[in-house]
Design a protein around this ligand. Structure first.
Ligand code: PLP
Length: 413
C-alpha cells in the first residue's frame, strides 16, 4: 500500500488512485495504459495544456543555468524579466511584484501587505472583509478569509474573525453593496474578493458592474481592495484578468495557477506604490516580513516568462473565445435535460447544477459523478451538485463534447 497521503481525499473509502505517467495538451495518461480528458485543467492550472513545448523548453534551459537562489537581497534575470513582463500587461498602478509559490501564499502575502501598510502608517486597522462563499486557499489566513464549512471545522479555533458580506445573488445585489458600505464605514483594513467568479464556492458568478461598485465603495472609505485572481486570472473569464471587464484596478492583485501555464508552482502578489512605500524606510523594523525558501525560484520564473511569451505571440484570447463558444453550445444542448438546473458560463468556465434536495460540499452526487466520469476516461471533480468544466485552452471540440456528453448519460444511468 502506498504511504502517500493525498489532499482532499478520503482514503477510508478505498477509491482508486490512478498512477499518472505522462500528459499532453488535454489528455492525461496512466501507467496502466488508460487515458483521461483533463476537463478541469488539473485543478484549474494547465491553461495552455499539459507539457506545452515552449514552457517545457524554457524550464529545461533555465535548469541548466540556475536552479535556485536565496531571494532576500539577491535577484536573477528570470525574476526581473517576469516582473517587468507582468507590469507590461497589467494595470500601471500595480508597480511592485512580490513572488511566492501558491495561490494560498499569494493571498497570505496580500493580507500581510495590507496589515503592514496600515501598521507602518500608524493606523490601527486590521479587520478584513470577505464575500460569502469565497475560497482563498487552505493556509490559516486563506481559510480565515474563506467560507467556513466542514472542510475547515477542525481548524476553526485558529481562524481569525472577518466581516462577511452577503454574496450578491440575483435580486439581492443592493444588500451586498449596503453591507459592504456599512462595514467599510465602520473601518476595515481590506476587502478581499474573487472577481466575477467564486470558484471553489460553486462557480458562482456576479456582474462586472457589481465588482466596479464594490471597488468604488472601498475607494470611498479608504479600504484596500484585494483582487484574488488566482483562479480567474490568465484568461479564465474571457479576458486576461476578470477585473479588466469591470475596469477595476485593485490595490493588491493575487496571481498563481496559470502564471506558469500550470507547469510548475509560482505565485505573484502585485501592489501599488503606496503599499510598497509604506514598507520602505531606513528602519529595518518596517520591512515586509515574508518569505519562503523557494520565493521566486528561477526555473518557475522562467516558465512564467515563457507563458508571457505565449500570451504575446499566440492568439490565446481567440482560443479562449472559441472555447467559450463551444462551452456555450454544449450548455445550450443540455438545456431542458431533466434533472439539470442553473446553466451558466463566463469565458471558458461553464457550470450547471444537478437537481438534488440538498447541495452541500459533501453531496453524494459529486463522488458518484467523478467515478462515472473516470470510468469513461474523463477527469471531472464536481463541487457538491455543481458540475463545471474548465479545460485547457488546447482542448479540442470533440474532447469537450465527450466531456459534456457524460452528464445526460450519468443522469440516465
Ligand atoms: N484563491 C483562489 C481564488 C483559488 O481558487 C485557489 C485555489 O483553488 C487559491 C486561492 C489557493 O491556491 P493554491 O491551491 O495554489 O494554494
Amino acid at each position: 500500500m502506498s504511504s502517500v497521503w493525498h489532499p482532499f481525499t478520503q482514503h477510508g473509502l478505498g477509491e482508486p488512485i490512478p498512477m499518472v505517467s505522462h500528459a499532453r495538451d488535454a489528455v492525461i495518461h496512466t501507467a496502466d495504459g488508460r487515458s483521461f480528458i483533463d476537463a478541469i485543467s488539473s485543478w484549474w492550472v494547465t491553461t495552455h495544456g499539459h507539457c506545452n513545448p515552449r514552457i517545457m523548453a524554457a524550464i529545461a534551459e533555465q535548469a541548466g543555468k540556475l536552479d535556485q537562489i536565496i531571494f532576500a537581497g539577491w535577484t536573477h534575470e528570470p525574476a526581473e524579466t517576469l516582473a517587468a513582463g507582468l507590469r507590461g500587461i497589467l494595470p500601471r498602478a500595480l508597480e511592485h511584484v512580490f513572488f511566492s509559490d501558491s495561490g494560498s501564499t499569494a493571498v497570505e502575502v496580500a493580507l500581510k501587505m495590507a496589515l503592514g501598510y496600515w501598521h507602518n502608517r500608524g493606523e490601527d486597522r486590521s479587520r478584513i472583509l470577505v464575500l460569502e462563499h469565497s475560497y482563498h486557499g487552505d493556509t490559516i489566513g486563506g481559510m480565515s478569509v474563506g467560507a467556513r464549512g466542514v472542510f475547515n471545522r477542525p481548524y476553526q479555533p485558529l481562524l481569525f474573525d472577518v466581516g462577511t458580506i452577503p454574496f450578491p445573488s440575483a435580486g439581492a445585489e443592493q444588500a451586498t453593496l449596503d453591507a459592504l458600505e456599512a462595514e467599510c464605514r465602520a473601518g476595515a483594513a481590506a476587502f478581499i474578493v474573487e472577481p466575477l467568479v467564486l470558484g471553489a464556492g460553486g462557480m458562482l458568478f456576479y456582474t462586472p458592474a457589481l465588482l466596479a461598485e464594490m471597488r468604488a465603495i472601498c475607494t470611498r472609505h479608504d479600504v484596500l481592495f484585494i483582487a484574488d485572481e488566482v483562479m480567474t486570472g490568465w484568461g479564465r473569464t474571457g479576458t486576461l484578468t476578470a477585473c479588466e471587464q469591470a475596469g477595476v484596478v485593485p490595490d493588491i492583485l493575487c496571481l498563481s495557477k496559470g502564471i506558469t501555464g500550470g507547469a510548475i508552482p509560482l505565485a505573484a502578489t502585485l501592489a501599488t506604490a503606496p503599499i510598497f512605500q509604506a514598507h520602505v524606510s531606513e528602519d529595518r523594523a518596517r520591512m515586509f516580513f515574508h518569505s519562503s525558501s523557494y520565493t521566486a525560484n528561477p526555473i518557475a520564473c522562467a516558465a512564467a516568462v515563457a507563458n508571457l511569451a505565449i500570451w504575446r505571440d499566440e492568439p490565446v484570447l481567440a482560443r479562449i473565445a472559441r472555447l467559450g463558444e463551444w462551452q456555450q453550445a454544449a450548455l445550450d444542448r443540455l438545456a431542458g435535460v431533466p434533472g439539470l438546473i442553473g446553466h451558466r458560463r463566463m469565458g471558458t468556465i461553464a457550470a450547471l447544477e444537478i437537481e438534488q434536495p440538498e447541495n452541500t460540499y459533501l453531496s453524494a452526487i459529486a463522488p458518484r459523478l467523478m467515478a462515472f466520469a473516470r470510468d469513461r476516461g474523463v477527469l471531472l471533480r464536481p463541487l457538491g451538485n455543481t458540475v463545471y468544466v474548465m479545460p485547457p485552452y488546447s482542448i479540442t471540440r470533440a474532447q469537450l463534447d465527450q466531456v459534456w456528453g457524460l452528464v445526460p448519460d450519468f443522469l440516465a444511468a
